[in-house]
Ligand binder design. Structure first.
Ligand SMILES: Cc1cc2nc3c(=O)[nH]c(=O)nc-3n(C[C@H](O)[C@H](O)[C@H](O)COP(=O)(O)OP(=O)(O)OC[C@H]3O[C@@H](n4cnc5c(N)ncnc54)[C@H](O)[C@@H]3O)c2cc1C
Length: 377
Protein backbone atom coordinates (compact mmCIF):
# COMPACT_ATOMS: atom_id res chain seq x y z
CA UNK A 1 0.00 0.00 0.00
CA UNK A 2 2.70 2.44 1.05
CA UNK A 3 4.71 1.59 -2.08
CA UNK A 4 1.76 2.78 -4.21
CA UNK A 5 1.66 6.11 -2.45
CA UNK A 6 5.40 6.54 -2.84
CA UNK A 7 5.46 5.75 -6.52
CA UNK A 8 2.39 7.92 -7.09
CA UNK A 9 4.23 10.68 -5.29
CA UNK A 10 7.49 10.47 -7.27
CA UNK A 11 6.71 13.65 -9.19
CA UNK A 12 4.98 15.24 -6.26
CA UNK A 13 7.15 18.25 -5.50
CA UNK A 14 5.33 18.67 -2.20
CA UNK A 15 7.48 15.93 -0.62
CA UNK A 16 10.55 17.87 0.55
CA UNK A 17 13.94 17.06 2.00
CA UNK A 18 14.16 17.35 5.80
CA UNK A 19 14.59 20.98 6.80
CA UNK A 20 13.51 21.90 10.30
CA UNK A 21 11.84 19.94 13.07
CA UNK A 22 8.54 19.65 14.88
CA UNK A 23 7.39 18.03 18.11
CA UNK A 24 3.77 16.81 17.99
CA UNK A 25 1.98 16.00 21.27
CA UNK A 26 -0.55 13.17 20.84
CA UNK A 27 -0.60 10.21 18.44
CA UNK A 28 -4.31 9.79 17.91
CA UNK A 29 -5.94 10.56 14.54
CA UNK A 30 -5.07 14.24 14.53
CA UNK A 31 -1.48 13.82 15.78
CA UNK A 32 -0.73 11.07 13.27
CA UNK A 33 -2.19 13.05 10.35
CA UNK A 34 -0.25 16.14 11.43
CA UNK A 35 2.98 14.16 11.71
CA UNK A 36 2.52 12.60 8.27
CA UNK A 37 1.61 15.95 6.66
CA UNK A 38 4.54 17.80 8.24
CA UNK A 39 7.00 15.09 7.25
CA UNK A 40 5.85 15.50 3.65
CA UNK A 41 6.35 19.25 4.04
CA UNK A 42 10.02 18.65 4.88
CA UNK A 43 10.17 18.50 8.67
CA UNK A 44 11.72 15.92 10.95
CA UNK A 45 8.85 14.87 13.19
CA UNK A 46 8.83 13.61 16.80
CA UNK A 47 5.42 12.43 18.05
CA UNK A 48 4.90 11.89 21.79
CA UNK A 49 1.94 9.84 23.04
CA UNK A 50 1.07 9.25 26.69
CA UNK A 51 -0.79 5.97 25.99
CA UNK A 52 1.00 2.69 25.35
CA UNK A 53 1.59 1.21 21.90
CA UNK A 54 -1.17 -1.39 22.38
CA UNK A 55 -4.01 -0.80 19.86
CA UNK A 56 -6.96 1.10 21.36
CA UNK A 57 -10.66 1.01 20.57
CA UNK A 58 -12.99 3.92 19.85
CA UNK A 59 -16.23 5.00 18.25
CA UNK A 60 -17.38 4.75 14.64
CA UNK A 61 -16.32 7.43 12.11
CA UNK A 62 -16.74 8.16 8.44
CA UNK A 63 -13.55 9.42 6.75
CA UNK A 64 -14.67 9.64 3.15
CA UNK A 65 -17.91 11.51 3.53
CA UNK A 66 -17.79 13.46 0.26
CA UNK A 67 -15.73 16.45 1.42
CA UNK A 68 -13.83 18.21 -1.35
CA UNK A 69 -10.15 18.48 -0.47
CA UNK A 70 -8.40 21.56 -1.83
CA UNK A 71 -4.78 20.52 -1.36
CA UNK A 72 -2.62 17.56 -2.34
CA UNK A 73 -1.85 16.91 1.31
CA UNK A 74 -5.53 16.81 2.27
CA UNK A 75 -6.23 14.35 -0.56
CA UNK A 76 -3.24 12.25 0.46
CA UNK A 77 -4.29 12.13 4.13
CA UNK A 78 -7.86 11.18 3.26
CA UNK A 79 -6.64 8.41 0.98
CA UNK A 80 -4.48 6.89 3.72
CA UNK A 81 -7.02 7.37 6.52
CA UNK A 82 -9.96 5.99 4.54
CA UNK A 83 -8.11 3.15 2.80
CA UNK A 84 -10.60 3.83 -0.01
CA UNK A 85 -13.58 2.93 2.21
CA UNK A 86 -16.50 5.31 1.84
CA UNK A 87 -18.75 4.06 4.64
CA UNK A 88 -18.47 4.46 8.41
CA UNK A 89 -15.93 2.24 10.14
CA UNK A 90 -14.25 1.67 13.47
CA UNK A 91 -11.91 4.38 14.81
CA UNK A 92 -9.32 1.65 15.38
CA UNK A 93 -9.17 0.78 11.64
CA UNK A 94 -8.50 4.41 10.72
CA UNK A 95 -5.91 4.79 13.47
CA UNK A 96 -4.18 1.58 12.36
CA UNK A 97 -3.75 2.82 8.77
CA UNK A 98 -2.39 6.20 9.88
CA UNK A 99 -0.09 4.62 12.42
CA UNK A 100 1.27 2.15 9.84
CA UNK A 101 2.03 5.06 7.51
CA UNK A 102 3.72 7.08 10.27
CA UNK A 103 5.80 4.14 11.48
CA UNK A 104 7.06 3.47 7.96
CA UNK A 105 8.18 7.09 7.49
CA UNK A 106 11.91 7.54 8.22
CA UNK A 107 11.36 11.23 9.09
CA UNK A 108 8.88 10.37 11.88
CA UNK A 109 9.82 9.04 15.33
CA UNK A 110 6.98 7.89 17.58
CA UNK A 111 7.32 7.57 21.35
CA UNK A 112 4.57 5.83 23.35
CA UNK A 113 4.15 5.86 27.15
CA UNK A 114 5.42 9.43 27.08
CA UNK A 115 3.27 12.02 28.81
CA UNK A 116 4.04 15.66 28.15
CA UNK A 117 3.92 17.68 31.33
CA UNK A 118 4.76 21.19 30.18
CA UNK A 119 5.51 23.16 27.04
CA UNK A 120 7.50 26.34 26.49
CA UNK A 121 9.42 28.33 23.87
CA UNK A 122 12.03 31.03 23.35
CA UNK A 123 13.20 32.94 20.27
CA UNK A 124 14.96 29.90 18.82
CA UNK A 125 12.83 26.84 19.55
CA UNK A 126 9.85 25.33 21.33
CA UNK A 127 10.05 22.33 23.66
CA UNK A 128 8.23 19.92 25.92
CA UNK A 129 9.26 18.25 29.15
CA UNK A 130 7.89 14.75 29.72
CA UNK A 131 6.96 12.80 32.83
CA UNK A 132 10.30 11.01 32.52
CA UNK A 133 12.12 14.34 32.72
CA UNK A 134 13.16 14.26 29.05
CA UNK A 135 13.12 17.44 26.95
CA UNK A 136 12.27 17.38 23.23
CA UNK A 137 12.99 20.50 21.14
CA UNK A 138 11.61 21.49 17.74
CA UNK A 139 11.51 24.58 15.55
CA UNK A 140 7.77 24.37 16.12
CA UNK A 141 5.52 22.47 18.53
CA UNK A 142 2.01 21.20 17.74
CA UNK A 143 -0.59 20.16 20.31
CA UNK A 144 -2.75 17.29 19.00
CA UNK A 145 -3.50 16.23 22.55
CA UNK A 146 -7.27 16.17 22.48
CA UNK A 147 -10.06 17.76 24.47
CA UNK A 148 -8.08 18.21 27.71
CA UNK A 149 -5.03 19.57 25.86
CA UNK A 150 -2.06 20.66 27.92
CA UNK A 151 -0.73 22.58 24.89
CA UNK A 152 -4.01 24.53 24.66
CA UNK A 153 -3.51 25.67 28.24
CA UNK A 154 -0.31 27.36 27.03
CA UNK A 155 -1.62 28.65 23.70
CA UNK A 156 -4.95 29.93 25.06
CA UNK A 157 -4.29 30.48 28.77
CA UNK A 158 -7.29 32.84 28.95
CA UNK A 159 -9.60 29.97 27.89
CA UNK A 160 -7.83 26.70 28.70
CA UNK A 161 -10.74 24.24 29.06
CA UNK A 162 -13.55 22.80 27.00
CA UNK A 163 -17.03 23.08 28.56
CA UNK A 164 -19.27 20.13 29.48
CA UNK A 165 -22.26 20.13 27.10
CA UNK A 166 -24.69 18.54 29.60
CA UNK A 167 -24.94 14.98 28.21
CA UNK A 168 -22.96 11.86 27.50
CA UNK A 169 -22.85 9.32 24.71
CA UNK A 170 -22.75 5.63 25.48
CA UNK A 171 -20.67 4.01 22.71
CA UNK A 172 -19.89 0.40 21.84
CA UNK A 173 -19.15 -1.91 18.92
CA UNK A 174 -20.68 -5.41 18.85
CA UNK A 175 -19.92 -8.38 16.57
CA UNK A 176 -23.14 -9.24 14.76
CA UNK A 177 -22.51 -12.88 15.62
CA UNK A 178 -23.11 -11.95 19.24
CA UNK A 179 -26.78 -11.18 18.60
CA UNK A 180 -29.45 -13.74 17.63
CA UNK A 181 -29.37 -14.59 13.91
CA UNK A 182 -33.01 -13.59 13.44
CA UNK A 183 -32.20 -9.99 14.43
CA UNK A 184 -29.02 -9.54 12.38
CA UNK A 185 -29.51 -6.92 9.65
CA UNK A 186 -29.82 -8.08 6.04
CA UNK A 187 -27.21 -7.08 3.47
CA UNK A 188 -29.59 -4.45 2.08
CA UNK A 189 -30.47 -2.89 5.46
CA UNK A 190 -29.50 0.81 5.69
CA UNK A 191 -25.93 1.22 6.97
CA UNK A 192 -26.97 4.08 9.25
CA UNK A 193 -30.06 4.39 11.47
CA UNK A 194 -31.16 6.98 13.99
CA UNK A 195 -34.04 5.67 16.08
CA UNK A 196 -35.69 8.16 18.46
CA UNK A 197 -35.95 7.16 22.08
CA UNK A 198 -37.93 8.91 24.78
CA UNK A 199 -36.26 12.33 24.80
CA UNK A 200 -33.03 10.64 23.71
CA UNK A 201 -31.82 8.94 20.52
CA UNK A 202 -29.34 6.46 19.12
CA UNK A 203 -27.03 6.45 16.09
CA UNK A 204 -26.50 2.92 14.80
CA UNK A 205 -23.97 1.96 12.09
CA UNK A 206 -23.38 -1.36 10.40
CA UNK A 207 -19.64 -1.57 9.77
CA UNK A 208 -17.22 -4.15 8.36
CA UNK A 209 -15.68 -6.79 10.61
CA UNK A 210 -12.22 -6.33 12.09
CA UNK A 211 -10.86 -8.23 9.03
CA UNK A 212 -12.60 -5.78 6.65
CA UNK A 213 -15.25 -8.31 5.63
CA UNK A 214 -18.81 -7.17 4.89
CA UNK A 215 -20.16 -10.72 4.62
CA UNK A 216 -23.22 -11.68 6.67
CA UNK A 217 -22.08 -12.83 10.10
CA UNK A 218 -18.72 -11.01 9.89
CA UNK A 219 -19.92 -7.44 10.29
CA UNK A 220 -20.15 -5.31 13.44
CA UNK A 221 -22.79 -2.99 14.86
CA UNK A 222 -21.54 0.33 16.21
CA UNK A 223 -23.97 2.31 18.36
CA UNK A 224 -23.91 5.69 20.11
CA UNK A 225 -26.73 6.49 22.58
CA UNK A 226 -27.14 10.19 23.38
CA UNK A 227 -28.23 10.35 27.05
CA UNK A 228 -28.83 13.51 29.08
CA UNK A 229 -29.93 11.81 32.31
CA UNK A 230 -26.56 10.76 33.77
CA UNK A 231 -25.09 14.12 34.80
CA UNK A 232 -25.37 13.45 38.56
CA UNK A 233 -23.60 10.13 38.09
CA UNK A 234 -20.85 11.77 36.00
CA UNK A 235 -20.28 14.35 38.73
CA UNK A 236 -20.39 11.79 41.53
CA UNK A 237 -17.75 9.63 39.83
CA UNK A 238 -15.51 12.61 39.01
CA UNK A 239 -15.93 12.29 35.23
CA UNK A 240 -17.23 15.86 35.22
CA UNK A 241 -16.05 18.48 37.69
CA UNK A 242 -18.00 21.74 37.55
CA UNK A 243 -18.12 22.51 33.83
CA UNK A 244 -15.00 20.56 32.92
CA UNK A 245 -14.90 16.97 31.62
CA UNK A 246 -12.13 15.07 33.44
CA UNK A 247 -12.43 11.61 31.87
CA UNK A 248 -14.76 9.08 30.28
CA UNK A 249 -16.82 6.61 32.29
CA UNK A 250 -15.07 3.31 31.70
CA UNK A 251 -17.07 0.09 31.62
CA UNK A 252 -15.56 -1.23 34.84
CA UNK A 253 -16.66 1.90 36.75
CA UNK A 254 -20.31 1.91 35.65
CA UNK A 255 -22.45 1.06 38.70
CA UNK A 256 -24.45 -2.17 38.45
CA UNK A 257 -27.69 -0.24 39.08
CA UNK A 258 -26.95 2.06 36.11
CA UNK A 259 -26.50 -0.97 33.85
CA UNK A 260 -29.81 -2.43 35.06
CA UNK A 261 -31.58 0.88 34.33
CA UNK A 262 -29.93 1.20 30.92
CA UNK A 263 -31.11 -2.30 29.97
CA UNK A 264 -34.67 -1.42 31.07
CA UNK A 265 -34.58 1.83 29.08
CA UNK A 266 -33.15 0.10 25.99
CA UNK A 267 -35.98 -2.45 26.11
CA UNK A 268 -38.66 0.23 25.67
CA UNK A 269 -36.72 2.37 23.19
CA UNK A 270 -34.69 0.67 20.50
CA UNK A 271 -35.85 -1.45 17.56
CA UNK A 272 -33.83 -4.47 16.42
CA UNK A 273 -30.98 -4.98 15.77
CA UNK A 274 -30.06 -2.08 18.09
CA UNK A 275 -31.96 -3.50 21.04
CA UNK A 276 -29.93 -6.72 21.00
CA UNK A 277 -26.72 -4.80 20.29
CA UNK A 278 -27.20 -2.44 23.26
CA UNK A 279 -28.31 -5.25 25.57
CA UNK A 280 -25.29 -7.35 24.62
CA UNK A 281 -22.91 -4.46 25.35
CA UNK A 282 -24.63 -3.75 28.68
CA UNK A 283 -24.64 -7.42 29.70
CA UNK A 284 -20.95 -7.88 28.84
CA UNK A 285 -19.93 -4.45 30.22
CA UNK A 286 -18.47 -3.55 26.86
CA UNK A 287 -19.48 0.11 26.59
CA UNK A 288 -18.04 3.50 27.48
CA UNK A 289 -19.81 6.66 28.60
CA UNK A 290 -18.22 9.69 26.92
CA UNK A 291 -19.23 13.01 28.51
CA UNK A 292 -19.43 15.52 25.67
CA UNK A 293 -17.54 18.80 25.87
CA UNK A 294 -17.34 21.70 23.43
CA UNK A 295 -14.63 24.26 22.74
CA UNK A 296 -14.85 27.31 20.46
CA UNK A 297 -11.30 28.64 19.95
CA UNK A 298 -10.33 32.31 20.08
CA UNK A 299 -6.84 31.55 18.78
CA UNK A 300 -4.85 28.54 17.57
CA UNK A 301 -1.29 29.80 17.88
CA UNK A 302 1.17 31.41 20.25
CA UNK A 303 4.61 32.05 18.74
CA UNK A 304 6.10 28.71 17.66
CA UNK A 305 3.34 26.64 19.24
CA UNK A 306 -0.04 25.72 17.67
CA UNK A 307 -2.99 23.42 18.36
CA UNK A 308 -4.86 21.10 15.97
CA UNK A 309 -7.73 18.61 16.13
CA UNK A 310 -9.89 18.31 19.24
CA UNK A 311 -7.33 20.38 21.17
CA UNK A 312 -8.12 23.27 18.82
CA UNK A 313 -11.88 22.86 18.28
CA UNK A 314 -14.23 20.45 19.98
CA UNK A 315 -17.68 20.10 18.38
CA UNK A 316 -20.40 17.72 19.54
CA UNK A 317 -19.93 14.38 17.73
CA UNK A 318 -23.40 14.94 16.26
CA UNK A 319 -21.80 17.37 13.79
CA UNK A 320 -19.65 14.43 12.53
CA UNK A 321 -17.04 17.04 11.64
CA UNK A 322 -14.23 16.63 14.21
CA UNK A 323 -12.19 14.22 12.14
CA UNK A 324 -12.58 16.16 8.93
CA UNK A 325 -11.58 19.42 10.64
CA UNK A 326 -8.50 17.67 12.06
CA UNK A 327 -7.54 16.54 8.56
CA UNK A 328 -7.92 20.08 7.21
CA UNK A 329 -5.79 21.43 10.11
CA UNK A 330 -2.96 19.02 9.26
CA UNK A 331 -3.12 19.84 5.55
CA UNK A 332 -3.22 23.62 6.14
CA UNK A 333 -0.28 23.46 8.56
CA UNK A 334 1.77 21.52 6.03
CA UNK A 335 1.09 24.09 3.31
CA UNK A 336 2.15 26.92 5.65
CA UNK A 337 5.37 25.40 7.01
CA UNK A 338 6.50 24.09 3.61
CA UNK A 339 7.67 27.61 2.81
CA UNK A 340 10.30 27.31 5.58
CA UNK A 341 10.40 27.76 9.35
CA UNK A 342 13.84 29.27 9.93
CA UNK A 343 14.05 32.11 12.45
CA UNK A 344 10.96 34.32 12.47
CA UNK A 345 9.41 32.30 9.64
CA UNK A 346 8.26 29.70 12.17
CA UNK A 347 5.87 32.05 13.95
CA UNK A 348 4.81 33.60 10.63
CA UNK A 349 3.96 30.16 9.19
CA UNK A 350 1.86 29.32 12.25
CA UNK A 351 0.04 32.66 12.09
CA UNK A 352 -0.79 31.91 8.47
CA UNK A 353 -2.16 28.51 9.60
CA UNK A 354 -4.34 30.29 12.16
CA UNK A 355 -5.63 32.76 9.59
CA UNK A 356 -6.65 29.87 7.30
CA UNK A 357 -8.27 27.66 9.96
CA UNK A 358 -9.65 29.78 12.82
CA UNK A 359 -12.93 30.89 11.25
CA UNK A 360 -13.83 27.38 10.12
CA UNK A 361 -12.76 25.89 13.45
CA UNK A 362 -15.12 28.24 15.30
CA UNK A 363 -17.98 27.60 12.87
CA UNK A 364 -17.92 23.81 13.13
CA UNK A 365 -18.23 23.98 16.92
CA UNK A 366 -20.89 26.69 16.83
CA UNK A 367 -22.90 24.67 14.30
CA UNK A 368 -23.50 22.00 16.98
CA UNK A 369 -24.13 24.30 19.91
CA UNK A 370 -27.83 24.87 19.31
CA UNK A 371 -28.35 21.10 19.49
CA UNK A 372 -26.29 20.89 22.69
CA UNK A 373 -28.16 23.79 24.27
CA UNK A 374 -31.50 22.13 23.67
CA UNK A 375 -30.44 18.54 24.49
CA UNK A 376 -27.90 19.16 27.29
CA UNK A 377 -28.97 19.68 30.91
C1 LIG B 1 -18.28 9.27 20.39
C2 LIG B 1 -17.60 10.08 19.32
C3 LIG B 1 -18.02 9.99 18.00
C4 LIG B 1 -17.40 10.76 17.00
N1 LIG B 1 -17.87 10.66 15.72
C5 LIG B 1 -17.29 11.42 14.76
C6 LIG B 1 -17.74 11.34 13.40
O1 LIG B 1 -18.67 10.60 13.08
N2 LIG B 1 -17.12 12.10 12.46
C7 LIG B 1 -16.08 12.94 12.79
O2 LIG B 1 -15.53 13.62 11.90
N3 LIG B 1 -15.62 13.04 14.06
C8 LIG B 1 -16.19 12.31 15.05
N4 LIG B 1 -15.72 12.38 16.32
C9 LIG B 1 -14.58 13.27 16.61
C10 LIG B 1 -13.26 12.66 16.15
O3 LIG B 1 -13.10 11.36 16.69
C11 LIG B 1 -12.09 13.55 16.59
O4 LIG B 1 -12.37 14.89 16.25
C12 LIG B 1 -10.81 13.15 15.86
O5 LIG B 1 -10.57 11.77 16.06
C13 LIG B 1 -9.59 13.95 16.31
O6 LIG B 1 -9.26 13.66 17.63
P1 LIG B 1 -7.82 14.10 18.19
O7 LIG B 1 -6.77 13.21 17.62
O8 LIG B 1 -7.66 15.56 18.01
O9 LIG B 1 -7.98 13.88 19.76
P2 LIG B 1 -7.91 12.55 20.63
O10 LIG B 1 -8.46 11.38 19.90
O11 LIG B 1 -8.50 12.89 21.95
O12 LIG B 1 -6.35 12.29 20.83
C14 LIG B 1 -5.54 12.99 21.70
C15 LIG B 1 -4.29 12.14 21.93
O13 LIG B 1 -3.37 12.88 22.71
C16 LIG B 1 -2.87 12.05 23.73
N5 LIG B 1 -2.47 12.93 24.84
C17 LIG B 1 -3.29 13.72 25.60
N6 LIG B 1 -2.58 14.40 26.51
C18 LIG B 1 -1.27 14.05 26.31
C19 LIG B 1 -0.06 14.43 26.95
N7 LIG B 1 -0.04 15.29 27.98
N8 LIG B 1 1.10 13.89 26.49
C20 LIG B 1 1.11 13.00 25.45
N9 LIG B 1 -0.02 12.59 24.83
C21 LIG B 1 -1.20 13.13 25.24
C22 LIG B 1 -4.03 11.12 24.08
O14 LIG B 1 -3.61 9.96 24.74
C23 LIG B 1 -4.61 10.86 22.70
O15 LIG B 1 -3.99 9.77 22.06
C24 LIG B 1 -16.32 11.63 17.34
C25 LIG B 1 -15.87 11.71 18.67
C26 LIG B 1 -16.51 10.95 19.66
C27 LIG B 1 -16.02 11.07 21.09
Amino acid sequence: MRKDFQSESTNDTFIKEANGSVVVVGASLSGLMTGIALSRAGLNVTILERAGAKPRSGAVLQVDSGEIDQTKTAKFLRKIASGGIRSAEAWSSIQFRLRTEAEADPKITLYYDTRVQCVNQDDNSAWVVTDKGETFHGDILIGADGHRSIVRRYVASHKPSATFAGYLIWVAIVDENDIPEKHRPSLIAPKLSMPDGIGDFLLGSIIAGADGSNALGNRRLGWAWYDNTQNDLLRRLGCVDGNVVRHSLNASDIPEQTLIELAEQAAVRWPQPWLDATLHSIKTRNLTGTPIAEYVPDNLVKGRIAIVGDAAHLPTPLTASGFNASLQDAAALAECVAKGIQGNSAAEALLEYESIRLKNARQIVQSGQSFSRSFGR
